[in-house]
Each structure stands twice: as C-alpha cells, then as structure tokens.
Design a protein. Structure first.
Length: 433
C-alpha cells in the first residue's frame, strides 16, 4: 500500500516510523515532513520515505499529491487540516483518509462546541461559560475568585490556555485574548473554566463511528519549566502508562466519559472516525474532562507508538472502514519522551542551529529520536522550529525508560537547547511501574 502522512512534527515522525514497520506498506510519503522523517525507510523494501514540500494546510496541493501518487490511505496528524476539512475534501474525491471530518473535528477546533456538547450529554467537566466581550468575562472570572483557565475557542497550537490563580491574572488573560488579540481569530471567543484541582492525565481512544478502543493512560508536561512553572507549550515531554488510574478505574472512566460521548455523537449524527484525546483532571469528585482534542497528542503519540505492538495500519484502516470492533490494541513496556526545544520557546525562537550527537544518542538501548522542528542543511541537521526533538525511550520499568531517555538527551547538543529535567517525576514519586 502507498501511504501519505500529513504533518511535520514529532507526532508525524512517530506515525511514519510505526507505519513503515507494517509489512503491507510499500511506499511512504509525508507532507511536508522533516529531516528525521526523510531518513526513515520502509521495512518491506528499504525504500526511503519521500517528503513533499507541501504545508499541511494547503489542501488543494495535498489532494493533487494524493491523486498523482495514487495514495491508498492518507493519515492526518495535526489539528489544523482536520479543522479546515481535509478529510471531507479527500472523501469527496473518493480517496481513503484517516481522521475526523470537519464537523467531528469541532471537538477540538471549537472549545465552545465541545463544552456545550459535554454539558448537553452529561459528560463530567468543569463549570464554564463562553464569552466574546471582556466585561461579562471579567465578571465571571471574579465570581470564580480568579482561579480559572482562560481558553481561546479556536486552535492555538496547544498554547491557547492561560491558567490563572488571581483576579488580576484572569483579567490580564481575558484582555490579552479579547482586546490585544494575542491568539488572533482563535481567541476572538473565549471559554472561562473553573480551575480544577487534582492530577491531570491524557486519555486517547480510537473510534470508527460506532466503537471505541481505549489506549493506556499517559501524562503530558505542558509548562516550559520544572515543577510545572512558566507558560504553556505544545508539550515538553510525556510518559505512559501512569500509575494514577487502575485498570478498573480506567474502565469506569470509559463508562462515564467515552460511552456518553459516543452516544451523543450518534444522537447528533456526528460520524467520528479517528482518535479522540480527552484531557482529564482526576479530582476528589471523580474524573472530569478539561477539553477534547481530535487527534493524537504530541508528545503522547511518541510514547504510545513506541509501546504499540498491534500493526498501526490495521488499526487505522479499521477506523476508516467501521471495523474497529474486530481489533484489540496491544501495548508493552513503559515509554518516556523528553522534548528538546529551541532557545526562546514557546516564544520566538532561533533557527538554523546545528544539532550534534544524534548518532551517539540513537545508540542508547531502547531509544528512538523523533524529529519535530528540524531541517537538513548540507551535511548537517539543524533546528527549524520551537520543539526540535522528542527523545523517546522504551524500558521494562518507568525508571529504566526515564534513565535511557535522559542518557540520550545528554549526548545531544545545539546552541540554546532547553528541556525539562522532571519528566515522569510525579509518577516515580508515587510508584515504580
């Protein structure tokens, strides 16, 4: 089969790497890809993955590529092309594509839609309201004592959430979005949500419109600094599984969140085929959904796909064809991903810094280095974005996987590199997996 993966980040590198292992894959394309993706080979015939310099939001060019190369299945990684309707466009032209259509992608592209859906269908979530004007928004924030999350309604590359602990912080966050338009059109409407207390975990579930298959738990690290300090990022690291939900508790979460979500989709005629990613807060009153995403998390995808034993192509095709109920997901080991980012991230970053030590790091047992913001400059691999690498390790225990990941990180250098040194520390403080 000929496969096309859309996107250029660490999640897309992980998708390409895993799909390349399927014995049924003969040709792999990625648009636009990155330097690491371009070095991957298809296991069945050792052909190199081919990268096409087409942005993920250039829908007509992506369609032309898929038609010209006679692609059998397209796999969409990032959120923006889903929100723009790439799946709908491909389906209108008779092409097979994995990912939710534009209407289903609203679970991520509009936090207001998602919040209203949860309240309507009895899915436990935080108290919240939607605003387009700063005056009423400030009044609600004051009502919450300033302890709230101020969220841009639209897509903001994982950075459109400002966590506030005081009225002053909340008012500043509201003004940044609605008046200063820090997040552009994505923040022209905002959601203010009560700040829930507890342990945050990430859930992921494949869906074929009728059936869901739940992944093990994972935990992302959103803040730039250790001990969850500093501004939100797209994610500075992740690990899986977490010790914070037992298998029984995970089943219960499926019953109280996934079951009513799936029923709500059926009732409203939403045909969701792809992966649903609910962010959960484990509160004293039980698990509550912070928000929904309509694609694999990044860097959660890296740790999940390192652990996945089932052929990924089989699972993605089952989602497209409505046959997911015939498949089971098999995972093994424990995985940790440490993100290495450019100086200045999550703000403006320097690009073009030469990355040293990649080959040495790749020789650490159990390690796979997923590229995110990289490019090739002659014989060198250089930085080309905010998040540069996802250094990911598999082990039999969390401590082993974490040690391997940080051992590999220590061998990689580029000017201004920054990374968190406490990935998975919360889990190690509670249990040895």
């Amino acid at each position: 089969m000929k496969i096309l993966v859309i996107g250029s980040g660490g999640r897309e590198h992980a998708l390409v790497w895993k799909l390349a292992q399927s014995p049924r894959v003969t040709d792999l394309w990625c648009a636009p890809g990155n330097a690491g993706i371009a070095a991957e080979r298809v296991a069945a015939n050792q052909s190199l993955v081919q990268c096409a310099d087409i942005p993920a939001d250039n829908l007509p060019a992506l369609l032309a590529l898929a038609q010209d190369q006679r692609i059998d299945l397209t796999v969409v990684g990032p959120d923006n092309p889903l929100a723009l309707g790439l799946v709908d466009l491909f389906q209108q032209h008779g092409l097979r594509i994995w990912g939710p259509n534009r209407r289903a992608a609203q679970f991520e592209s509009s936090k207001a839609f998602s919040q209203e859906f949860m309240e309507k269908h009895g899915i436990p979530t935080a108290r919240s309201m939607v605003f387009s004007f700063p005056g009423p928004a400030r009044k609600f924030a004051i009502l919450l004592g300033g302890k709230c999350a101020v969220k841009a309604d639209g897509l903001a590359w994982g950075k459109g959430v400002l966590l506030c602990q005081s009225v002053d912080e909340a008012v500043q966050a509201i003004d940044e979005m609605l008046i200063a338009q820090k997040f552009g059109v994505a923040g022209s409407r905002i959601i203010i949500q009560e700040l829930l207390e507890g342990m945050e975990v990430s859930l992921h579930a494949l869906c074929d419109g009728q059936t869901t298959r739940l992944f093990p738990t994972s935990q992302d690290h959103k803040r730039i600094g250790e001990n969850d300090t500093g501004p939100n990022t797209g994610g500075m690291g992740a690990y899986s599984p977490t010790p914070f939900l037992s298998p029984g508790a995970l089943d219960e979460v499926s019953n109280v969140i996934l079951a009513p979500w799936l029923k709500g989709c059926r009732d409203e005629g939403i045909d969701f085929r792809g992966v649903l990613y609910p962010g959960l807060m484990l509160t004293k009153k039980g698990p509550k959904v912070l928000e929904f995403n309509a694609r694999l998390g990044d860097p959660e995808a890296q740790v999940y796909l390192m652990r996945l034993e089932t052929d990924l192509l089989d699972l993605l095709e089952a989602c497209v064809d409505g046959l997911l109920g015939k498949h089971e997901l098999r995972f093994s080991g424990v995985a940790v991903c440490v993100v290495m980012a450019s100086a200045g991230y999550p703000g403006a970053v320097r690009k073009g810094e030469i990355i040293h030590g990649l080959e040495k790091a790749a020789r650490v047992p159990g390690v796979k280095i997923f590229h995110a913001g990289t490019a090739r400059d002659g014989d060198n691999i250089v930085t080309a974005g905010g998040r540069v690498l996802g250094v990911t390790a598999l082990g039999t225990t969390l401590a082993e996987a974490r040690d391997r990941a940080y051992q590999a990180v220590s061998k990689i250098q580029f000017d201004g590199a920054q990374f968190r040194r406490d990935i998975a520390a919360k889990a190690l403080g509670q249990a040895q997996l």
